[in-house]
Design a protein around this ligand. Sequence first.
Ligand SMILES: Cc1cc2nc3c(=O)[nH]c(=O)nc-3n(C[C@H](O)[C@H](O)[C@H](O)COP(=O)(O)OP(=O)(O)OC[C@H]3O[C@@H](n4cnc5c(N)ncnc54)[C@H](O)[C@@H]3O)c2cc1C
Length: 489
Amino acid sequence: MSSTEHFDVLIVGAGISGVGVAFHLQDKRPDSSYVILESKDTFGGTWVTHTYPGIRSDSDLYTFGYRFKPWVGAPIATAQEILNYMGEVIDENGIDQHIRYHHHISDASWSSDDALWSVTSTNTQTGETKLFTANFLWMCQGYYRHDEGYTPDWDGMADYQGEVVHPQTWPDDIDLEGKDVIVIGSGATAATLVPNIAGDCNHVTVLQRSPTYFRAGRNVNEIADQLREVDIDEEWIHEIVRRRILFEQHEFTKLAKGFPEEVKEALINDLREHLPEDYDIDPHFTPTYRPWRQRLAFVPDADLFEGIKAGKATMVTDEIDTFTEKGILTKSGEELMADVIITATGFHLSVLGNIDFTVDGEKIDFADTVTYRGMMFTGVPNMNWIFGYFRASWTLRVDIVADFVIRMLDHMDSLGARKVTPQLRPEDQGMEIGPWMDPEDFNPGYLMRSMHLMPKSGDSPRWAHTQDYWNEQKELPLVDLTNDGLVFD
Ligand SMILES: Cc1cc2nc3c(=O)[nH]c(=O)nc-3n(C[C@H](O)[C@H](O)[C@H](O)COP(=O)(O)OP(=O)(O)OC[C@H]3O[C@@H](n4cnc5c(N)ncnc54)[C@H](O)[C@@H]3O)c2cc1C
């Protein structure tokens, strides 16, 4: 093992979260030394892991982009456009000199005597291990495993003679020309993939167990375009358009919660104009859950529905009974034939990067902790996890949590404290403890499968990830650090 290096702040992951917090840290605490350790050979996280055809955001980039760097393109962006944008942030701010690629973190241990984290990394090219120490650990490793997507274990999979592909590990050399393809799943990934492969394939069948909400619209922002026409500064456009989008999203969220049936009907009705006349919309596009219990899949320029109209793509809403030699037998008895089956069936949730954590020699099981505001954990000192929003753009939370952490670090300096640990206050003892997220509120498959591994929540925003940007952006800057369940010593 080579010699130990020390930094004030150690950031894990060079995705959109890690790069964002690095910007804020060096902007507001220029005297803090920091390093970003990243296991891949480049920055971007999600946007380099996923390389399937058409890979793009489903949020608009005015809000998925950082608040400090104007977005100047179409609202829905390709992975490459997002990487270009992040690359500019890195270059313009000299963040590149702080990133160490090929550094995979396997364990992190906290010592209260030294008030330090010790973090072990393994070089993914050379196998060399290295020890880092840091006063503060900023976990920006995302929320799912990057090496492998989630594929259920269906009966008969071994008998299937064709190719099975997960979009997260998309083979560069796959040839879909003239092939019959089944895509299992109908979330955002399937909605992106299908229109982007349908032209090559002979036919694509989208096999979904249950329908998803879709929203179709043009991939433009008219306000931004109008302001550009009259030469308004991009900084202004970014701010104005962000505020407008956030306002509209807030109104929509309130409406979806207050009037779920009406919103459901409106969403489904909107799709009619994009589907063939007399299309049987009910079985395929009428979800059983309330709008916004799962992420709403945006379909830019209605491209998914073009494929359906053109007869290149067909929806089948049914359950898989078994794989066969030639395809899939559904529970209703239909055999769907395919040369290739694409399993757009989601992710494996990863709790804090599957890193082994110890605090003063005790192994941490995060399921035994309670989250402080969806960003820190009881009994775990000097550590923050950037876990963004699902219903709003993830990155909105990067900016506001970074502000909060920096305020907290400044507060520690002013107290001369070396340690900050979330701890339930006397008045919090006995509060009701529940899962990380209320399944009644938000229930995508990857979260439901692994919720038991996640930290717990209490009964107030102080002890939960509320997924509510609109409240948090007002509340977080006002939190009284001296009486909020944070112990400084
Ligand atoms: C296909 C897809 C599309 C999405 N689209 C949107 C969208 O439109 N809008 C939205 O808000 N959200 C979207 N999301 C959610 C998305 O993941 C987040 O918005 C955001 O990109 C997460 O950024 P991150 O930096 O927190 O994590 P990630 O992008 O997951 O990056 C984490 C980084 O940490 C590194 N890392 C992890 N563990 C370790 C370790 N142990 N040691 C060293 N490095 C490590 C990883 O290699 C990776 O580079 C999408 C997700 C997917 C999968």
